[in-house]
Design a protein around this ligand. Structure first.
Ligand code: IDP
Ligand code: MG
Length: 153
């Protein structure tokens, strides 16, 4: 089943929103198969945000991502990369639809509380960046038969 990488950014952790976000992930029916708190450093952020390294805002972004620990999550589900990107909302919190995590919990274009992988290919790279293989747990939740119909699996 597909997996995606989620980071609860310092703007989530510091604003005491971990439970709100994790609660919504659980209530939606997405499977949490990896979860840990970690402090990011410049090296991992240069890799993770390589597509933004030339942007003028990169130093501020990197600092904001090192302001406190983050919570890294690996989620599992059918089409979970897209499902969770839709739950996250667009990058700028001021433009994110109400009902999305960004649209409900932030109003910044930078301090937008969550990172979510944007493709299946990037999800695989990002899961390997933030988790060791033994930190990912491929269990099947007991309520699985009430989350997906048999013909979806
Ligand atoms: P995404 O997080 O919605 O995938 P990306 O374009 O990959 O958006 O950018 C990564 C992160 O960089 C954003 O979540 C946001 O924190 C920050 N960022 C993106 N664009 C801007 C900007 O124009 N100004 C300030 N920060 C930005
Ligand atoms: Mg992105």
């Amino acid at each position: 089943m597909e997996k995606t990488l989620v980071l609860l950014k310092p703007s989530c952790v510091e604003r005491n929103l971990i439970g709100e976000v994790v609660g919504r992930i659980e209530r939606r029916g997405l499977i949490i198969c990896g979860m840990k708190m970690m402090m990011l450093d410049e090296k991992i952020l240069r890799e993770h945000y390589a597509h933004l390294a030339d942007k003028p805002f990169f130093p501020i972004l990197a600092q904001s991502m090192m302001a406190s620990p983050v919570v890294a999550l690996c989620l599992k589900g059918i089409d979970v990369v897209n499902v969770f990107r839709e739950m996250t909302g667009v990058t700028n919190g001021r433009k994110a639809q109400p009902g999305t995590l960004r649209g409900d919990f932030c109003v910044s274009g930078s301090l937008n509380i969550i990172h979510a992988s944007d493709s299946v290919e990037n999800a695989e790279i990002e899961i390997n960046r933030f988790f060791k293989p033994e930190e990912i747990f491929d269990y099947t939740p007991a309520n699985m038969k009430f989350i997906y119909e048999v013909d979806e699996l």
